[in-house]
Design a binder for this molecule. Sequence first.
Ligand SMILES: Cc1cc2nc3c(=O)[nH]c(=O)nc-3n(C[C@H](O)[C@H](O)[C@H](O)COP(=O)(O)OP(=O)(O)OC[C@H]3O[C@@H](n4cnc5c(N)ncnc54)[C@H](O)[C@@H]3O)c2cc1C
Length: 799
Amino acid sequence: MDKYDVIIVGGGIIGASIAYHLATLTNRRVCLLERNQLTSGTTWHAAGLVAELRASANLTRLARYSGALYESLETAGEGLGFRRVGALTLAKNEPRAYELKKQAAMARHHKVECEWLATGEIAARFPHIETEDLVGGVYMPNDGQTNPVDTTVALARIAKANGADIVEQCNVTELVVARNKIKGVIANGERFDAEQVVLATGLWTRDLGLSVSADFPLYPAEHFYAVTEPIEATGPIVRIPDDGIYVKPDAGRLLIGSFEREAKPISTTRLPDEAFIELPFDLDHFLPYLEAGLNRIKGIQNLGIRTWFNGPESFTPDGRYMLGESPQVEQLFVAAGFNSIGIQSAGGVGKVMTEWLDKRRPPLDLWEVDVRRFYPFQNEDDYLVQRTAESLGLLYAMHWPYHQHESARGQQRSPLFEALQAQGACHGELAGWERPNWYAGPEQSPSYQYSYGRQNWFENARRECEAVRNDVALFDQSSFAKYRVTGLDACAYLNYLCTANVDVEPGQTVYCQWLNAEGGIEADVTVTRHDEQDYWVVSAAASVVRDLHWMHRHSRRYNVAIMDITQDWAVIGVMGPSARVRLQPYADVPLNDRDFPFATSQHIELAGSKVIATRLTYVGALGWELYIPRQNALAVYQTITQTPIQHAGYHAMDSLRIEKAYRHWGHDICDEDTPLEAGLGFTVDWRKSNTLGLAALTAQKKRGLQRRLILFQLADEQALMTHEEPIWSEGERVGTVTSSAYGYSVNASLAFGYVETDIGMTRKEILNKPYTIEIGDRHYEAIGHSRAVYDPDNEEIRC
Ligand SMILES: Cc1cc2nc3c(=O)[nH]c(=O)nc-3n(C[C@H](O)[C@H](O)[C@H](O)COP(=O)(O)OP(=O)(O)OC[C@H]3O[C@@H](n4cnc5c(N)ncnc54)[C@H](O)[C@@H]3O)c2cc1C
């Protein structure tokens, strides 16, 4: 058999949609292999809800695309069973109402039709709904439902008509990999060669990945619904997240489904080895949800149940699905782990996967669903079982700002962990790291009390920030990603990746970005040259897998060795105007500005240990980041804290960095944003000739910009933002918030956001416009800043 361009393994709705898009949009030779029958995995038993709104702009785009695709195919007579029936999400308390109003504002920004209904309006428009305990709800008239089986079959049928091979009863038993690259698959004893393979194998994806040491962390959980006896049931889909349920009119019956607070993970080894799996129904587990559903619709309390259904669906550690190229096996792609939204996501996923396969990079910022966000520890059984029990219910729980998972914690700890707990640290989790987010006072419990207003750590973070601005504070920054690049070509290689020129004197530290071929920002790093052929790169804690993937992918032409040294070195940041005075007694070198200038690094002896001290700051202060061998870190910490020092956490760091207009990778800057749009053009050395992405950036510079990142300050001192809030100017929505934090130095909320502009508009003209930011159902006046709101001339850093 000839070689295929793309083999898709799995004939659920995701595989079918990828096949449909590849076949209709490209000339590639495509084959889909399904071991049983199309839809026989999870797809056949889905409830078929197709919502338009997700938590972010780009995932909303994908969901909306799905609805539009299904509608267009339905109109074309393909018989999907798609209808826009509308959906109503109800709030039983004020915080939920606030959350829904915020989502509604975001929805309108993305042109999703939606309206907030007060309880009386719900009662008048949908008299069959029990409204006594409600605060209100959001109505989305264009949300739809589809028949998952008919939709999948139609997508596969059209793919086939456009040249794709769709092969059922064809079990893939082996992925063929040579030198870390996929070559094809063995199915039914036969070899199928391909340039690229996509695993769209639902809850079986993790097992297939493990067979070639590729990590796809997902885990099945039992997922329940009940269908009532016939009843005259019309009206929209109703979601009641506070009760963890949805109710869907379903062909003359009602379907009541649940997202239980504590779910029931089930290993693939315990699933029957058959098509169209149905699991035993756990009535005790489901009963509270059933009752909530029956009580929500008037007059059905005693209605009988015709069908009790329990089927497996796969869930991921953070509740978001998983797309992209495996960081472990080249050209092996994944589209799985759909957390009960596979039907509504499939259309958009098929489209972006087609482009991702073509370019080997996502066509838009999809970091939140990129498989490279996961770490190998997240693919361990114990971790997944614990986390899945929690993550299913979180889909309907409140999406509190700064919310922390409770399960499977403590995966990665700094050597200072216990010592910092003794100081009152409230640890939060990022990439498995336990990081001190804030420090509780003596009478306070180091735990979160969540709200959409000022949370219980608000004043603690203020104290921490004030110490950094006025005196000194200590940060544990051990989670920062650290890589060492050595070898003959270390300089040339890093100059190929970095926007700045890193051919600097040993001891110099350079801040810059790595770009993709389109000029989008792949990483935001500092690079320190320690020796001619020895560099350290420091990057965001969350992007280790992604960065290493990027580095290895581009290292082939260079004689370099790349090491992840994150775990070997702890990092203590000592930051504030008194940092020098504080550290000098312990250091064996002078720390004055002449001997130890800003953006330099020295190997020194400090508090009895060899330490790499780098004079750099992410909080905008005089200070040093001390890189300490892990085994010495606690002793160094104990020595430098003999005299009490204010400890500061990541909430304070976030506030301090936004006051200084420092961008946050993954929020303010990502692979669809260029340094010019992000206001980071100053990192670029335009004279360089062999730098990835520089040609695209140069072309953009000539063309002019159509969007720019602006720092906003709210006039109202009390208002708080999170992210994705719409930004308005002169009656038009012009952008959304990418990240925000309260700035204690200016006593106001600060936020970054990209603003769409006309080509040729100057920054001054953009800033002179009036702005408001829409939070919930109110607009707040916002002032755009051209520079940092604190110490814009860096006088406090370079002193
Ligand atoms: C009770 C319930 C209700 C749901 N309701 C909704 C809803 O209302 N809206 C929504 O959007 N989503 C819903 N979902 C989720 C949705 O069903 C899934 O997210 C979606 O079906 C996943 O599709 P998939 O193609 O990834 O996986 P699957 O449908 O499981 O497809 C994977 C396919 O891969 C095949 N396969 C596996 N291994 C191999 C191999 N080695 N060789 C060849 N083939 C292989 C399997 O046989 C299977 O057909 C619901 C799920 C459940 C359980």
